[in-house]
Design a protein around this ligand. Structure first.
Ligand code: 13P
Ligand code: SF4
Length: 329
């Protein structure tokens, strides 16, 4: 009786790893992993995971990457089913790009608060007042917002996308920090910024960078452009999650202060066992990216839940914005 109860609790605790009795959980965890692999084959599914996912989820994924890499994977694979371990807008982008595939988001309420800071309705109001403004939309946005925009970008190609746009007046939505980073580099265009931000990246302070540099004076500072300007200006390198991983892997330096969500440490350490990585701030944790556990992935495959759908009229318009981005090499 007691054993049954313990095992039930342990399965729920998989996401935290903290209160785990090693030997017992190892058996349960391995059983879940075996079941995931079996169902994946049976259902012709592929598992995509963002760099911020918990280590166990990254380990069972077929592709781990940043938003752009995962979008490209979603549109290139032949599988019938995509299990997207990330947040809602990412799975939605996969569905927009691959309408014939069944796209599943294992944690139903894994959203992105920044994506919710702009709505299609508010954007339409802006467009009515500013009909000649070209709208560049960060992929961290809903399908309905993408459908109102002219082109999408991710943090890895925002500079390239904005530079390529043949327009003088641009509105960048919804991240004012990524938009500002681009604005400081692209001087020949008027760029207005939507007042959205990432609650995880924006809150990290310049004083935390100063403290981290004092603690690790010989480490390079690598940050995500969703950080605020005061943090970005102190960095040695600014890039998307995959660009940060690539930079650290190719660098001859041995120590790095990492200014983005803590999930990235898994790939950084896995690929660079001889290097040291220090998280810039304990605040770098995105609660939504931590909602997906192995159990959720298993249930997604078993019950084919939670399916992402996008109304066809919105999907077709959002696809145009996404496709324009994908066509930029
Ligand atoms: P990347 O595209 O760099 O992976 O970032 C996505 C994201 O949500 C950052 O907070
Ligand atoms: Fe959204 Fe920020 Fe979380 Fe990225 S880290 S998913 S931008 S809330």
């Amino acid at each position: 009786m007691i054993v049954v109860n313990i095992s039930a609790i342990l399965v729920i605790d998989l996401k935290t790893d903290a209160n785990i009795i090693e030997g017992v959980i190892y058996m349960d965890k391995q059983k879940i992993i075996d079941e995931i692999i079996k169902l994946k084959r049976e259902k012709d599914a592929i598992i995509l995971a963002h760099n911020y996912q918990i280590p166990e989820v990254q380990e069972i994924a077929d592709v781990v990457g940043d938003s752009l890499a995962l979008s490209r994977a979603a549109s290139n694979v032949d599988n019938k089913m995509i299990v997207f371990c990330g947040v809602h807008f990412m799975a939605e982008s996969a569905k927009i790009l691959s309408p014939d595939k069944k796209v599943l988001l294992p944690a139903k309420d894994a959203g992105c608060p920044m994506a919710d800071m702009v709505t299609a309705e508010k954007l339409r109001e802006y467009k009515e007042k500013n009909p000649d403004t070209y709208i560049v939309c960060y992929v961290n946005s809903s399908a309905a917002v993408k459908a109102e925009c002219d082109i999408c970008c991710t943090s890895s190609n925002a500079l390239k996308v904005v530079s390529s746009v043949d327009a003088e007046k641009i509105l960048f939505v919804p991240d004012r920090n990524l938009g500002n980073y681009v604005k400081n580099k692209v001087k020949d265009k008027q760029i207005d910024l939507w007042p959205g931000f990432c609650i995880t990246h924006h809150r990290v302070k310049e004083s935390e960078v100063i403290k981290a540099k004092e603690a690790h004076p010989d480490a390079l500072v690598l940050v995500h452009p969703e950080c605020n300007e005061n943090v970005v200006k102190m960095a040695d390198f600014v890039g998307s999650t995959s660009q940060i991983i690539e930079f650290a892997t190719k660098s001859s330096s041995k120590k790095f202060i990492i200014g983005t969500e803590m999930g990235i440490l898994h790939q950084l350490r896995k690929l660079n066992p001889d290097k040291r990585f220090y998280l810039l701030s304990p605040g770098f944790i995105c609660a939504n990216m931590k909602k997906t556990g192995l159990n959720d992935v298993l249930n997604a495959l078993k019950y084919e839940r939670f399916e992402i759908t996008v109304p066809e009229d919105i999907r077709a318009k959002a696809l145009t914005s996404l496709q324009r981005m994908m066509d930029i090499k």
